[in-house]
Design a protein around this ligand. Structure first.
Ligand SMILES: [Zn+2]
Ligand SMILES: [Zn+2]
Length: 89
């Protein structure tokens, strides 16, 4: 018999309902959080959310803005070039 099975990892007096996909602990209805349709305990969800926030912030300021900046500069230079070519001919 596996110790702790069927009982919430955080509340030993409560019946376990699901298993957290991150830490594999049995969790009760109060500890179960559904995020993106996946069961996680409150602790793992908090960790996941802070991690996701960091990734979003990094992507926004890193790749997204850089790409947008490069594209707009390229577009600007392209239009200037096209105009110059149009007027010089
Ligand atoms: Zn967990
Ligand atoms: Zn619980």
């Amino acid at each position: 018999m596996i110790s702790g099975s069927g009982r919430c990892f955080y509340h030993p007096d409560r019946a376990g309902l699901g298993i957290c996909v991150e830490c594999r602990n049995v969790i009760c209805v109060e500890c179960t959080t559904q995020f993106e349709g996946i069961n996680r305990c409150a602790k793992c969800l908090a960790a996941r959310l802070s991690q996701a926030k960091k990734i979003v912030a990094r992507t926004e300021w890193g790749v997204g803005n850089l790409l947008l900046m490069v594209l707009s500069i390229g577009f600007l230079f392209g239009s200037v070039w096209a105009l110059a070519a149009m007027f010089s001919s």
